[in-house]
Design a protein around this ligand. Structure first.
Ligand SMILES: C[S@@+](CC[C@H](N)C(=O)[O-])C[C@H]1O[C@@H](n2cnc3c(N)ncnc32)[C@H](O)[C@@H]1O
Length: 307
């Protein structure tokens, strides 16, 4: 496999690629066999949808087509701790797994789970932007396959309102996924998001439940300035392994949670994201981040056992 640079950002919009030479092969397989979209129509279909999504919110992961890469399926814990429990019928008396994709956007990770054989009734997704959910159904052409009421929207991770759609799943989730979500927020807001995650998790399984995902991380952790959609500067926070663990230690050790949590295990790895050309097209491969390079992709698992 060799490095490739097929897609170039435009000079005026560094986080926006005009188009792609080809779709990643797994996405193309999903669109063919799950969505029923013919191969020769797929690229046009995806670029058109991406352009529409970008007009609503110009996230770099949309502009650069990163959302086509199925981050959850690339996570080192995916097969054993996500897919396997979601595919396997429940043994008598065991708690049935329930998966929630928070900040799902176009919902590609959820569709990949369905494609890989997860049981649909165990899968849920949520986002603050209803338009993303609508576009996800359009992209995957699957309004007849997935229950619309499993897409909780608007669900705001920073809201405590009793009317927020996410409240439906309080105390019910056993596998909680957030990809490219924590890095959108300041450290204080990340603490609020971690607290929201804890409230969503199921407390009575008698064993550990999982929060997992990925985000931009840094070997030089700390706040950094970034412009938001209205071009105002805001502070976000990037983590390394130490600060990520500190965040969870801090929230789980707070007065609200310390007596309710028996055990907390926080693991993460800062990795380099590489796009490489394989036999069946371009694929994303994660490798060790070289020392001296600042930014990486932080994959994490947070295991929580409630008292
Ligand atoms: C950078 S995108 C990542 C999307 C997707 N998880 C992925 O990996 O492609 C972040 C997502 O979080 C959602 N989001 C932003 N703020 C949120 C909030 N306060 N509550 C819930 N979702 C939020 C956005 O609408 C967007 O879909």
């Amino acid at each position: 496999m060799t490095s490739t640079n097929q897609t170039e950002p435009s000079a005026s919009r560094p986080q926006f690629y005009e188009t792609l030479e080809a779709l990643p092969s797994t996405l193309s397989d999903v669109l063919t066999t799950y969505s029923g979209i013919p191969k020769d129509a797929q690229l046009h279909h995806v670029v058109k949808l991406r352009n529409e999504a970008y007009t609503y919110f110009p996230y770099p992961c949309i502009g650069t087509f990163r959302f086509l890469e199925f981050d959850l399926a690339s996570h080192y814990a995916y097969r054993e701790h996500v897919l396997s429990p979601l595919k396997t019928p429940c043994s008598d008396g065991a708690a049935e797994p329930l998966f929630l994709d928070l900040g799902t956007c176009l919902g590609q990770d959820l569709r990949r789970l369905v494609y890989d054989g997860a049981l649909i009734h165990r899968l849920w997704a949520s986002d603050i932007e209803p338009k993303f959910i609508e576009l996800g159904f359009k992209m995957f052409n699957d309004a007849d396959k997935l229950p619309a009421d499993h897409f909780l929207c608007p669900g705001n991770l920073l809201s405590n309102s009793p009317d927020d759609k996410l409240r439906v799943l309080d105390n019910r989730v056993t596998i909680l996924h957030l990809s490219a979500v924590f890095h959108l927020f300041s450290l204080d807001d990340q603490k609020a998001v971690a607290d929201r995650c804890l409230r969503l998790l199921r407390k009575d399984t008698g064993g550990p439940v999982l929060v997992l995902g990925g985000q931009v991380g840094s070997q030089n952790p700390g706040p950094y300035e970034r412009r938001n959609a209205s071009q105002d500067y805001t502070h976000k926070y990037r983590h390394d392994e130490r600060t990520w663990k500190e965040l969870w230690d801090n929230v789980c050790g707070s007065d609200a949670w310390k007596d309710k949590i028996k055990k907390l295990e926080v693991k993460s790895k800062l990795l380099k994201r590489n796009k490489v050309k394989g036999e069946s097209g371009e694929v994303t491969v994660f490798t060790q981040l070289e020392s001296g390079s600042d930014l990486g992709w932080q994959m994490y698992e947070v295991w929580v056992t409630f008292s």
